[in-house]
Design a protein around this ligand. Structure first.
Ligand code: MLT
Length: 257
């Protein structure tokens, strides 16, 4: 299994990611918020790259069962139902809803990955669920770190550390033959340096500090909780949904003569 990693989504266009197995990480906060929303019963999340696309796609659907969620500068977009705090995506707000979702970096990275063979949404919340899936697939994977607010293309520590922690867990699986790109090795080294306290690392990250400044300190605690929401959000027909267990393969029996 080859593991590659990009420290931002900026360099990709969607056709480059065709047929790849991609894990998109936006720890603060898109990946974490999507994971919480699906766990609280949201039917599906539809990630889009711009506010214009969100408005266009929701169009006449906007209302009862379709919500718009997302942020600009970390705050709710005008005319949207929800911002980007995982706390907003509670059961009464999201159960049964389709959510058209637009954020500065996370949803852009997901929209760019729409032609990927596999698109998984990863965060600390569902870290082991993602690692178990990658282990079982035993295919090459590309981690895409979403990057930082208002500056798509720039590095964010928390996404790299999360990828590094996933890599660390995969390295412990004896049956896997791993080969790491230089960037994957760098993320692993960052996990070794900064992964001792995830919450402390988030509080010291640039985006974490910004979120605390604008009143979202509690979001950092939620986003730091490793394996607190053990589900696997994956893309199915351009929508992010919880991957259900594949049905067991029932052996075909020879008819009794
Ligand atoms: C993003 O996509 O850039 C983020 O999730 C920003 C945030 O709301 O924290």
């Amino acid at each position: 299994m080859k593991l590659d990693l990009s420290f931002s989504a900026g360099q990709f266009d969607d056709l480059q990611l065709r047929d790849k197995n991609v894990v998109v990480l936006d720890v603060l906060r898109a990946s974490s918020t999507i994971t919480v929303a699906l766990n609280n019963g949201a039917r599906e999340i539809i990630p889009v790259a711009s506010i214009e696309s969100a408005v266009k796609i929701s169009g006449s659907l906007f209302g009862e069962v379709t919500l718009r969620g997302g942020e600009r500068n970390g705050k709710t977009i005008e005319g949207f139902n929800l911002g980007n705090s995982p706390l907003e995506y509670n059961e009464p707000a999201v159960k049964g809803k389709s959510i058209i979702y637009c954020t500065t970096n996370g949803s852009v990275a997901m929209a760019k990955s729409r032609y990927a063979r596999v698109l998984v949404v990863g965060s600390f919340l569902n870290l082991t669920a993602v690692v178990d899936y990658m282990r079982d697939e035993n295919k090459d994977f590309l981690f895409i770190c979403a990057g930082r607010l208002n500056s798509i293309g720039s590095f964010s520590l928390e996404d790299a550390v999360c990828a590094g922690m996933m890599i660390q867990k995969l390295m412990k699986v004896e049956t896997l033959e791993l080969s790491l790109s230089d960037s994957a090795k760098a993320a692993h080294a960052l996990y070794k340096s900064f992964g001792r306290s995830i919450l402390k690392m988030l509080r010291n990250s640039e985006h974490g500090k910004y979120l605390m400044e604008i009143g979202f300190a509690d979001d950092l605690k939620i986003c730091a909780a490793v394996d607190s929401v053990p589900i696997l959000p994956v893309q199915i027909e351009n929508k992010i949904k919880i991957k259900k267990e594949d049905p067991p393969v029932v052996p075909v029996r020879e008819p009794v003569q």
